[in-house]
Each structure stands twice: as structure tokens, then as C-alpha cells.
Design a protein around this ligand. Structure first.
Ligand code: NAD
Length: 476
């Protein structure tokens, strides 16, 4: 763990194993921290807050730019570690490191634009000044599916704003977190400003993060169930809260879209990170007129995907995170099959060629999916593309919005009118229009309803770490 500028063991001396999900091999050990370690980390961040928050924004921008340079220099090493620890194919890991580095550069640039306002008063002898200041110590909890970019998306704006941090990474991917911390400390982030607590049992750490009065903000990315619990605890402490949670993205193919082009987009998007992405499409609504062409192309593309160890050339789909994830996917597919879904490709666990040592499920297409099936409502977080055929273009938005999630949605159409109408009516925070990658460090990312609170990235991403302060000045 990294506390007050030192790499240390847990107070208890305990450690936990980190494994490769493609092979089951143990690839490292990390300190198994507890509540006392979390409190030490909070104390270090609290001590470091006064000196760090009073550095100039120009200085913080320079440190972040150095971190961006170092992350780019170490990109290949980071990507290889990510594939070994998290499982995604090396090409996807390289892409993620680039995305992670983009957040650092973006917020380095944004730091220099931190400004206030000179505001009018109704009194001729009064002036108002408003400034934005860092909220204080930030507690961050991050997931395993994007084990580097989910850290920089929180660390870069927090540091740019002048906050100090404590962070607990997912227990499946602490080695990636360690290397991200090395990047930032080598770039010159002073001792105590960023602290890392690793743990196999996250609950005691989460409790300290959400109840210690020195922590002023909680930022969390992960499941809706855990996010809701932590946000409630943080709310009771009146901490600022931003939570990026689960999703259940609709992917709408209108009858005027090229169905084969849409199917190629769906195949590329759905199987990224083996479907373990919060913006992964979970309901593909295809108009009846386009359905045959769409399903044929999707099935062809999915049948051509090679699942395996992400380090191997040609592998397009890696393992799932653990056995429970494979079981969840298998249960959803069985439920759909038993209720009448077709399975033109996939639909089983992969065990041949040593894949039984890891956590693999075959890339799968489900057809004739209906609202009675679990997959229609619950996030799959696995390599399954459920196709729902619809008839009425006037009803499809209502179908798409019929979910308690609200993160991402996708629309394929050749009509500008249809595209803008869908963009405005969909109750989701991120809409891809004929586009399967509607994210960037430069734009706000986040969801509505049970998909979360707050935004990361864009100008909004910095606001989450700032507090507004106002001065009324009398000229009398
Ligand atoms: P998870 O909620 O189980 O774990 C996320 C993090 O929370 C991990 O670090 C875990 O250790 C920690 N955690 C779990 N219980 C905790 C507790 N009681 N106290 C403190 N920390 C606790 O989720 P996951 O399985 O790691 O991630 C998958 C989920 O994350 C999916 O639902 C996915 O949609 C979501 N996700 C959302 C986004 C987004 O930006 N909206 C991005 C990636 C993943």
C-alpha cells in the first residue's frame, strides 16, 4: 500500500493473492489492509491537504503533464500488466492506457483554467466575488473492469483541483493500481497527496471512507448495489458524492439504417472487454424489416471472434473476471433459452485448449428475446448480445427507456430527424448515434437514474472536486 509517501505492508501483515483470470495462475500478492490502514491513509491525505491545495494551478498542471508523459512512456508495460491481471486482449489494454493518459492531459489543461467570477450586486456600494476551491480529502473506490482509466478519471481531476486522495482499487486488480501510483509519484506528486489502500475485503475500508469526518467527498465506480450503499453512508456524513454505476444499454436499429453496418457496430461494441463494460449494449432492438440481415451479420461476426488468453495474437475476447461472473452469464442464457430464445452462436462455457483453467464464456447471440427473460432487465456483464425484434418505430423509445438504468444508449438511423428525436427522448446520459464509442476525456461521462450521480471527464469532471465560495465586499 502507499501511505504518506511510503510503500508499506498492512498493519496486520496479511496479504492476498492476485491471479490471472485467463490461466488461474497467481501473479502477485498485495497487502490486505483494514480499517486502521484506511484511517492512516485518511490522516496522511488530511495532513497533505493544506500544502497541496495552496500550490498554484500551474504547478499542479505541470506535475500532471509529467504524469501523462510517464504514462505514455510506460504504456506497453502497463498494457501487458493489465492483460495479465484483468484479462482483456493486449490491443484493448493498449487502448485503455491511451484513454487513461488522456484524462491526465485533459485535467492538466483544465487546471490552468480554474477561475472565479466577479458578480453584480443590487447595492451600488457592494461587489461580489466567487471562487472555486478544492473540496478537501477525496475517497475513491474503483472497479476491476477498466483498472487504469477508472483511476486516472478520478485522480487527475482531484489533483488538478488541489484535493488530496485515498483510493481503494478493486481486489481483482490492485497491481494495475500500484503501477498508476508509481506513475504519479515519479511525476512529482508529494508524499501524502495520493494514498493507496489495498484490501481483499472492501467493506471496512468503505466504512472508514464514508464515516471519517476528514473525508469531504466520495467518488465510486462499480455496481449499483454497492454504490447505493456507499452513497447512503456518505450522504449521512454529508460528503459530496459522485457514483458511476451499472447500465443496461439499448441499441436501436431503425428500419432506414444499413442493418449490416449496424450489426458490425454491435459486434465490435458488445464484445469489448468480454461485455464487462457499463456502457455495453444489453438489448439490441432491431426493426422487423432489418432483423434477418442484422442477425445474419451479427452471428457471422460473433462466430469469427476468437476467445482466449489476451496475450495471444488474434484473440478478440478475453476471460471474465471470475467463476461467479461465468455462472451469472450462463444462468441468464439458460433462462432465455428456456423461455424460447434462439442461440445461433455460443451459449456455453469454454473449456477446451486449457480455457478451463480460466473463466471463459463463448461469445453468444440470443434471438427472439422478450421482456420476460432476465437478460432483458438485468445487466449481463458478459459476452452475450440479446436481439429483440420490434415493429413500431413510435414505440421503440418507450421500450428503450423502460429500465431503471440510464447510462448509455445507441441509435442507428440514416435520418437526422430520427437521430435527434431519439437523442432528445432517450433517458440516458451518453448516446451513440451511428457511433459505438461515444466517450472521450473531453466530454462528460455519467448516468441518470440507477446509473449514478455526477459526471466524470469534460469540464464537469473538475467541478465535482470543487466547492464554490463567495465574498460580499462592502465599498463603504
Ligand atoms: P462492485 O460494486 O462489486 O465493486 C466495485 C468496487 O467497489 C471494488 O473496488 C470493490 O472492492 C468495492 N466494494 C465492494 N463492496 C464494497 C463495500 N461494501 N465498501 C467499499 N467498497 C466496496 O462492482 P464490480 O463488479 O467491481 O464492477 C462492475 C460494476 O461496475 C458493473 O455494474 C458496471 O456497470 C459498473 N461500472 C460502472 C462504470 C461507470 O462509469 N458507470 C464503469 C465501470 C464499471
Amino acid at each position: 500500500m502507499f501511505i504518506a509517501g511510503e510503500w508499506i505492508e498492512a498493519r496486520s501483515g496479511a496479504t492476498f493473492e492476485v491471479t490471472n483470470p485467463a490461466t488461474g495462475e497467481v501473479i502477485g500478492h498485495m497487502p490486505d489492509g483494514g480499517a486502521d490502514d484506511a484511517r492512516d491513509a485518511v490522516a496522511a491525505a488530511d495532513d497533505a491537504f493544506a500544502p497541496w491545495s495552496t500550490t498554484t494551478a500551474f504547478h499542479r498542471a505541470d506535475v500532471l503533464m509529467k504524469a501523462w508523459e510517464l504514462m505514455n512512456e510506460r504504456a506497453e508495460e502497463l498494457a501487458r500488466l493489465m492483460t495479465t491481471e484483468q484479462g482483456k486482449p493486449l490491443k484493448a489494454a493498449r487502448f485503455e492506457v491511451g484513454y487513461a493518459a488522456d484524462f491526465i492531459r485533459w485535467f492538466a489543461e483544465e487546471a490552468r483554467r480554474l477561475s472565479g467570477q466577479w458578480l453584480p450586486s443590487g447595492r451600488p456600494d457592494q461587489r461580489f466575488l466567487s471562487v472555486r476551491q478544492p473540496v478537501g480529502v477525496v475517497a475513491a473506490v474503483t472497479p476491476w473492469n477498466y483498472p487504469i482509466s477508472m483511476l486516472t478519471r478520478k485522480m487527475a481531476p482531484a489533483l488538478a483541483a488541489g484535493c488530496t486522495m485515498v483510493l481503494k482499487p478493486a481486489e481483482a486488480t490492485p497491481l494495475c493500481a500500484k503501477t498508476v501510483y508509481e506513475v504519479f509519484t515519479d511525476a512529482g506528486v508529494p508524499p501524502g497527496v495520493i494514498n493507496l489502500v489495498t484490501a481483499n475485503d472492501p467493506a471496512p475500508i468503505g466504512e472508514v471512507f464514508t464515516t471519517d469526518p476528514r473525508v469531504r467527498k466520495l467518488t465510486f465506480t462499480g455496481s449499483t448495489a454497492v454504490g447505493r450503499k456507499l452513497a447512503a453512508a456518505a450522504g449521512a456524513s454529508l460528503q459530496r458524492v459522485s457514483v458511476e454505476l451499472g447500465g443496461h444499454a439499448p441499441f436501436i436499429v431503425y428500419p432506414d439504417a444499413d442493418p449490416e453496418n449496424a450489426a458490425k457496430g454491435a459486434a465490435a461494441l458488445k464484445f469489448l472487454n468480454s461485455g464487462q463494460a457499463c456502457i455495453s449494449p444489453n438489448r439490441l432492438y432491431v426493426h422487423r424489416d432489418a432483423a434477418d440481415a442484422f442477425v445474419n451479420m451479427l452471428t457471422k461476426r460473433v462466430a469469427g471472434l476468437v476467445a482466449g488468453n489476451g496475450m495471444d495474437e488474434g484473440v478478440g475476447v478475453g476471460p471474465l473476471v471470475n467463476d461467479a461472473a461465468v455462472d451469472k452469464v450462463a444462468a441468464q442464457v439458460e433462462d432465455a433459452r428456456s423461455k424460447g430464445a434462439g442461440v445461433p452462436v455460443g451459449g456455453h462455457r469454454l473449456t477446451e485448449n486449457s480455457l478451463d483453467k480460466g473463466f471463459f464464456y463463448a461469445p453468444t447471440v440470443l434471438t427472439e428475446v422478450t421482456p420476460e427473460m432476465t437478460v432483458y432487465r438485468e445487466e449481463t456483464f458478459g459476452p452475450v448480445a440479446p436481439v429483440v425484434v420490434y415493429d413500431d418505430v413510435n414505440e421503440v423509445i418507450e421500450l428503450a427507456n423502460d429500465t431503471h438504468y440510464g447510462l448509455a444508449a445507441y441509435v442507428y438511423t440514416d435520418s437526422m430527424k430520427t437521430a435527434i428525436g431519439a437523442f432528445e427522448a432517450l433517458r440516458f446520459g451518453i448516446i451513440g448515434i451511428n457511433d459505438v464509442n461515444p466517450t472521450s476525456a473531453t466530454v462528460p461521462f455519467g448516468g441518470m437514474k440507477d446509473s449514478g450521480l455526477g459526471r466524470e471527464g469534460g469540464h464537469e469532471g473538475l467541478d465535482e472536486y470543487l466547492e464554490t465560495k463567495v465574498a460580499g465586499i462592502s465599498l463603504r
